[in-house]
Design a protein around this ligand. Sequence first.
Ligand code: ZN
Length: 509
Amino acid sequence: MDIRFYNTLTHQERSFEPLEPPDIRIYTCGPTVYDFSHVGNFRSFLFSDLLNRFLTAAGYNVIHAMNLTDVGHMTEDDVADGAGEDKMAVAARRLKEAKKSGAVDAGAVEDPDNPYEVARYYAKSFIEDAKKLGMKLAWDYPGKVVHATDHITEMQQLIQKLVERDHAYVAEDGVVYFDVGSFPEYGRLSGNDIANLKEGEGGRISAEHQAAKKHPADFFLWKPDPHHIMKWDSPWGAGYPGWHIECSAMAMKVLEREVIDIHTGGEDNIFPHHECEIAQSCGVTGHEDFARFWMHPRHLFVEGEKMSKSKGTFYTVSDVMEGKVTGRPLDPGVLRFELIKTHYRANSNFTEKGLHDSANTVRRLREFRQNLLAGADSQVTEVDGSHPAVEGFLSALADDLNISAAMAVVFEWISQPVPDPVEALAAFDLINEILNVAPVSDATGKEVDLLVRSKDESKLDPEALCRGIDEARAAKDYATADALRDELVAHGYEVRTSPQGTTATRMLA
Ligand SMILES: [Zn+2]
C-alpha cells in the first residue's frame, strides 16, 4: 500500500516509508497537566490515535510515545523564549482561589502548592478522558506515556552536549540559551527566518534576560531559579528545564532513536516548540532530521468561533458527555467520532448539530453490526484486508488520512444488501479497529466495548427498566411504561419495543 502523508517540514504530501520497517516510531506532544484537557486538545490527540490505528491496520508495528508536561511550560511559550510563569504555578494559584471560594471540586487537590500533586490530579483526569474516548496510546504496549519530571537527567545531558558543541551558551544572567545563530536551518519547519524573529521577541521577557542573549530568538534550555515551583540541581545551578528540551530528551529516550519516523502535535506547536525541538535534537545528534515526517492537526472551533473561557466553550470531555452541549448525556463513541470525522488538516467545527449527526452515524454503524451479528449466528471469522470495503477504507486513509473518503466507502457498503454476513462482520470489525466506535467481538464471540462508559450510566439499570416497560405493557399499565421509557430517554437512550420485547441503546436522544 502506498501511504502518503503531508509533511509540514517539506510543505508537501509525499510517500511515507518507515526507517526500520515494520517498526514505526511516533512521538506526540501531550498535554501540559495544569488543567483539564478540552475537546480541542482531544481532537489533536485522537488524530494521533487514528494515525496509530491506521498504521497498525496497515501491518506496521507502531511504537507510540506521548508526554505529559509537568514542569517548564511557561505562560508565554508562544514566543521562542518562554517567559511569564510556569503553568504549574498558575494551576496552584487557581486551585487555591477555588478552595477559598468553596468551589465544588476544589478539595480534589489537597495541597495546591505541591506541583506533583497538581500534576498527578490532571494527569489522571487526562488518562481517564483518553480512555473514555477509546484512545489506544499510553497504556497499550508498546505505547508509553512519559512525565517530563522523570527525565530531568536526560534533559541535562542534552544541554551539556549542546554547550560542548557550541549550540548553547551560559549567558551573563546565568541562563543556558540555545544559540539560534549556530543552527542555520532554524526556521525551516515554520517558515520563519532568524532575521525576522528579531521583531516581536523584545519586551516579552525582562530586559535583563533579553540583553544577556546573543540573539533575541535564542531560547532557554535551563533557567536557574531558587524560587521556582519545581527545581533540580544542575551544573548551571538549581533550576528547571525549558519546555522545548523536554520533548527532545523524552522522544530520544523513550523511542530509543536519534531520528524518528513521525512527530505530531497541534498546529500551534509548529512554532516555536517544534522548531526548537529540531534545532536542539539535530544540534546534539548532527543528523539532518529529528523526525522525518511532521504532522499537525488544525484547530477546533466551537459553533464557528474560537473556543473561549468567557463564553464557556472550553468544553472538557466530561462537560460534553454529561450533556453540556446537547442537554442529554452523550455516548463516548459519539464524541470520539465527532472529533475524528473531519480531515485533520482542515479546521473542525464542533457543534451541537454535528454531535447529533455523529450520533446518527454511530447508531447506523452499530445497527449494521447488530444485524450482521443476528444474520451470522454469532460466528466470528477472520477476513484479510482483501475485502473490498476494508481495502477501500484503508486506501482512502493511506491518502493522508482522508477520513471523509474512508467513511464514504463505509456508507456505500452498508447501504447495500450484504451477501455474506459472517464475512461482512469480520470486515466491519477490521474497519472498527480504526474507528473504534462500536463494540467488537472478542475471540470467544462475546461482545466487548472498548469505550469506557460515562459515570452516570452506572446509576441506571437499562435492562431492569426495559423489563419494567414490558411488564407494565403486559399489564396494560401504559402510564408506567411511558414513565420508564421517558426516564431512559432522559438518560440518552434510544428505546425500542418490538414483539420480542423492549431494548435500550445508549445514544444521544
Ligand atoms: Zn512537545
